[in-house]
Design a protein around this ligand. Sequence first.
Ligand SMILES: [Mg+2]
Length: 234
Amino acid sequence: MSARPFEAVIFDCDGVLVDSEILGLDASADYLRRHGFSWTREDLVRLFTGFRDDVFAAKLTEAYRALHGKTPAPDFFEGLVETRRARRHLLKPVPDAETALKALQEGERPFAVASSSRTEYLTGKMQRVGLYDLAAPHVYSADLVAHGKPAPDIFLYAADRLNVEPEACLVIEDSANGVRAGLAAGMTVWGFLGGGHVFAGHGERLLEAGAHDLVEDFKAFLSRLDGASPDPQR
Ligand SMILES: [Mg+2]
């Protein structure tokens, strides 16, 4: 059995490269509590991370209707967005993200970013934490494709731009929704647990979603990558 290495790595952005999912999480839970929801921050991560804006808004609208029997006013969403936006100056990279990207670059292993975040936000976040130039031009938003995750579109788009077959790509994802998208693209998916929003049971949920393996952080990712190869069984 000759092991063929992964030819490229495709990273999710939020909660993988940029530690954005934890940002404003307590404040968001407080905000939603003032609007009648009893979700904890763990619930918010479980229910809402990894979705494109439109899907997130639809899911939250549905929950609002179920609770209040009416559609939320526009300022309900604006208030929630502002809760996070007010904290964006606190945004940090996930520990060792830069080291990981530089190691791939030095090893001449291509990589891309494939995110549910809108292009303008994605670029801004990557720039703010100093990772944009390392990954550019291969920084791709689900704005570019018809369907957001869990559809495979954005991962297939990124693989195409890297000129690598999907089966030879390794996806690094922190959300169950993103894991499903990577699997639908025919890629190997490792669940990533290095973000600040990873609470008890997170890894189990990623495995339930179908992740082939879990990595605790970028040190584990780098040590595991050499010698790892696409599994023909999956
Ligand atoms: Mg994510």
